[in-house]
Design a protein around this ligand. Structure first.
Ligand code: DX5
Ligand code: ZN
Length: 217
């Protein structure tokens, strides 16, 4: 299997030591830093916005993978780009003008991602594939860490893999990912695995990241 990227979600980190936590996952060998932005409206939880992302940017050179669970997202894309995002992912359910948002993200020089909630069909992204760098498949209902992986996500990943053909689009999976289910998720076609509790709730982040990575190779 191809090299899978691991993206620890700082939602599960100790917020009082955010800079240290980001440095720790960097040194532990993560590929991306997954940053969950929540607005208390699109999802029933609130996290952080551009100033906090900007404050952790100097702590690592790793890719900032910013998952926007906010509605609307379009008016804020510029602010998240300026704060240091490398990938900006919007939710298809939160955007009436998805095509325009994806164009805007690329015009800001960032990689464009779209996320689908567990109940959202994949035909919602059929006509924007050429504007996408990443598809984020939610394998839990977004809002909270520590939930269980929803098995129907596996079928969805397989179908998305068929849909994208040979386009260079990454498939990222988010929610309930751990060393026990990572192999099946990558087998289905995922190339990036988000892991919150499976990394930050472990005493040694390097061991936790390697456990997920090794399970897939
Ligand atoms: C959920 C977030 C996830 C979350 C994953 O809304 O998008 O990124 O942090 O956490 P775990 O890995 O604990 O399910
Ligand atoms: Zn996320």
């Amino acid at each position: 299997m191809a090299h899978v990227k691991i993206a620890p979600s700082i939602l599960a980190s100790d917020f009082s030591r955010l800079g240290d936590e980001v440095r720790a996952i960097d040194q532990a060998g993560c590929d991306y830093v997954h940053i969950d932005v929540m607005d208390g409206h699109f999802v029933p939880n609130l996290t952080f916005g551009p100033p906090i992302i900007k404050s952790i940017r100097p702590h690592t050179d790793k890719v900032f993978d910013v998952h926007l669970m906010i509605e609307p997202a379009q008016p804020y894309l510029e602010h998240y780009a300026a704060a240091g995002a490398d990938i900006l992912t919007v939710h298809v359910e939160a955007d009436k003008h998805l095509d325009r948002s994806l164009q805007l993200i690329r015009s800001l020089g960032k990689k464009a991602g779209v996320s689908l909630n567990p109940a959202t069909p994949i035909n919602t992204i059929e006509y924007v594939l050429d504007k996408l760098d990443l598809i984020l498949v939610m394998s839990v209902n977004p809002g909270f860490g520590g939930q269980s992986f929803i098995p129907s996500a596996l079928d969805k990943i397989r179908n998305i893999r068929k849909l994208i053909g040979d386009r260079p689009i990454e498939i990222e999976v988010d929610g309930g990912v751990n060393a026990d289910n990572a192999a099946a998720i990558v087998e289905a076609g995922a190339s990036v695995l988000v892991a919150g509790s499976a990394v930050f709730n472990k005493p040694d982040y390097r061991v936790a990241i390697e456990a997920i990575r090794n399970a897939t190779s």
